[in-house]
Ligand binder design. Sequence first.
Ligand code: ADP
Ligand code: MG
Length: 348
Amino acid sequence: MSEITLGIIGGGQLGSMLAIEAKKLNIKTVIFCDDMDAPAQNFCNHFVNGNYDDKEKILEFINKVDLVTYEFENIPFETLNEINKLKPVLPKPSVNRLIQHRLAEKDFVNKLNIRTTRYVSIEKKSDLDALVDFLPGILKTTTLGYDGKGQYPINSINDLDSLNIDFSQGYILEKLVKLKKEISIIITRFSNNKYEIYEPIENTHEDQILKYSKIPAEINEKIFNQSKDWAMLIAEELKYVGTLCVEFFIDRNDNLYVNEIAPRVHNSGHLTINAFNISQFENHVRAVCGLEQIPIKKISNAKMMNLLGDQIIHYRNIQKFNDNEFFFDYLKKDVKEKRKMGHITTLV
Ligand code: ADP
Ligand code: MG
């Protein structure tokens, strides 16, 4: 079998887990990251440190790999596009460009007749005056947000005065959904109508950051099926290759909405490492490298807890975990408040 070297842009926990799974499949990995201390360098065959617009470093990276994928979506489109001229980038750069922009992403989803929360583009402060209809809402930057960063809850127009928002960048105002629950679907698309799709995962956020995930999700059959159908429709429409996550809201009347799409492996899918024969990470590597598609099988129900900031310290000191507990330390150099430092999955 010919040897494949997979390039991964981004060296955080998702890059680490991709590299770990690739190794098991005999695939070499090269990580490219702008953070000198990127934890994924502990797990890959080669590490290249450089900014995401540093042409020389990018070339050094490309020369070492056969194809390129990425662990996060906030990579300049130009960078992915230039790389794609020399080595295949999967998922395609155009897919990433669409999804990294909250407005383009929501327009795309709505065109498929899939429900999203109501939203409107905001380019200047006065755009907000006429929008009482969208309140209470959340103002979000159209690009570069994650873990609730770049988001401002707005209950009344007066809230804006105290917020000091920088209107040199674009925003989207979303109507607040009265949430009953949040779920996500992780799907890996291999090629036309060839998928592995995990069952819906129920997610709990604290301060807009994912805290807990579990399977099975406590949802009715209609939502179970609709969430899977919508994720398949989105993946097919994008002609996506690799693992994709669709995040959903369920409101108090059991209406399902797509919240956002992540063109990558996702935190809510960490439990697939222990709860399934094949994880979201292995499936991503299999799909982008053109390896065999193997049907997924559930091994166990599971719950996952993210360890944020100094919560990791307690777990680092535990000598022995129970047989059904799996602790992951992302080996991040600095412990920062609200930073994802590790997680623990329990099979139940
Ligand atoms: P991020 O890119 O930071 O993950 P999200 O848009 O997914 O941004 O928002 C993070 C979390 O904030 C969501 O999972 C949800 O808990 C809450 N949230 C965001 N938008 C809304 C909304 N329109 N209505 C209700 N809750 C929301
Ligand atoms: Mg989100």
